[in-house]
Write a protein that binds this ligand. Structure first.
Ligand SMILES: *Cc1c(COP(=O)(O)O)cnc(C)c1O
Length: 399
């Protein structure tokens, strides 16, 4: 009998989302990635894992995060706007959902040592936090330039007991820190787990991280049912750096075409300015950090330095799920400049009393590019709080 293949926007068993994904890794990394790949679904599926994961999300992270009806913002734009409050998670953003999941997985694989890469330091802090929680050694690789720029997060990681190791090669930023972390992992295949911070990297990382962030849309369905009498909004909206907060917001709606998906990228100083991080607008197919996806590159395939005022969106690629959502037309991609994002951040602060992270502010800047109806229900993923960005807001507006 012929089986009709079900069209899905989730990863297949080889980690492909349409044409994108997979695991393009050096042979020396194969044992590490293969160990993870062959165990992750079984471990995540164990009842004892789920019980511990859910208990920590509840008691340590503070979940479920509220789904808040933003009355004044809704009035201003003539549509119904809900905010999924990931800014209220412990450590101030969604990233901790993933690091909790991965530390529990690492423990079950018998790992004694955690490594991570970080750019602005947010993922480094979320990783150092869960390592402190579990009493596990933590080494965070960070570009020497980023260590200079992000002193408060470096201090946080140190307070949490992590060792911050500067990456001094290349541009001394995120991609160099990633190279150092990969080198470390190759040298320590048995006792070390590498916690990647977004839905990027070789299979199984994109799928694994998406599963840990999926709690965001799982809670949203239940909360929206209580508030609106239906589980499904008309739109789910999130900013995309690597794509993890967006993957969590979309996850349980991916295969439901009635829910429209909007992904917001950072246009920096303008898509054609040469200083941008609008990957789908500018990117081409290529391989970055072990996965086939869309990334910003020169004609001969060199990765282009991205730019955004927001450190969390300053990444030259997007995860393979998002590349597929773009290519297939399932999601609409919108890009937003620094200026528009900063204005939107101020607007949400004044209208709702919530200061968003600058990453999140990008998502709130889409209204002049979109046409929403009065009875449309929109859910924005409010990925993080703006405290970490206060100095950038101060400098930008002369506050
Ligand atoms: C890191 C970060 C992002 C971007 O990362 P994604 O993996 O795309 O979610 C967005 N918002 C906040 C608050 C962040 O800290």
């Amino acid at each position: 009998m012929m089986m009709t293949e079900q069209l899905s926007y989730h990863a297949d068993e080889k980690g492909y989302y349409g044409d994108f994904g997979g695991a393009f890794i050096p042979e020396m990394l194969y044992p590490n990635v293969e160990e993870l790949r062959s165990h992750y679904l079984d471990i995540i599926g164990e009842t004892s894992f789920q019980e511990e994961f859910q208990a920590l999300l509840r008691d340590y992270v503070g979940r479920p995060t509220p789904l808040y009806f933003a009355k004044r913002l809704s009035e201003k734009y003539g549509t119904k706007i809900y905010l999924k409050r990931e800014d209220l998670c412990h450590t101030g953003a969604h990233k901790v959902n993933n690091t909790i999941g991965q530390i529990l997985l690492a423990q079950r694989l018998g790992k004694k040592r955690i490594i991570a890469e970080t750019g602005a330091g947010q993922h480094g802090v979320a990783t150092a936090t869960v390592c402190a929680l579990m009493g596990i050694e933590c080494i965070v690789y960070m570009g020497a330039v980023d260590i200079e720029r992000q002193a408060p997060n470096v201090a946080r990681m140190k307070m949490l007991g992590a060792k911050v190791v500067p990456a001094t090669s290349g541009s001394k930023t995120l991609k160099d820190a990633t190279n150092e972390a990969i080198r470390d992992w190759i040298n320590n295949p048995v006792d070390t787990h590498y916690i990647i911070g977004s839905v990027v990297g070789p299979h199984p990382y994109p799928d694994m991280v998406a599963r840990f962030q999926a709690i965001i849309s799982k809670e949203t369905k239940k909360q929206l049912l209580e508030k609106e009498g239906r589980e499904d909004p008309d739109y789910v909206i999130a900013c995309v750096g690597g794509g993890s907060n967006a993957a969590g917001m979309y996850y349980h709606y991916l295969d439901n075409p009635k829910v429209k998906i909007i992904a917001v990228e950072a246009a920096g100083k303008g898509v054609s300015s040469g200083e941008s991080a609008a990957t789908t607008a500018l990117g081409k197919e290529g391989i970055i950090h072990g996965s086939k996806t869309l990334l910003m590159q020169t004609g001969d395939g060199q990765i282009t330095e991205p730019y955004s005022i927001s450190a969390g969106l300053d990444y030259p690629g997007i995860g393979p799920m998002h590349a597929h959502l773009y290519r297939s037309g399932r999601a609409q991609f919108v890009s937003v400049t620094d200026e528009a994002a900063m204005q939107a951040g101020i607007e949400v602060s004044k209208l709702e009393g919530i200061i968003p992270a600058i990453e999140t502010s990008h998502a709130f800047a889409i209204f002049d590019q979109m046409d929403f109806k009065e009875d449309d229900v929109l859910v924005f993923n409010l990925s993080g709080r703006g405290d970490k960005d206060l100095q950038t807001y101060i400098d930008y507006f002369g506050l």
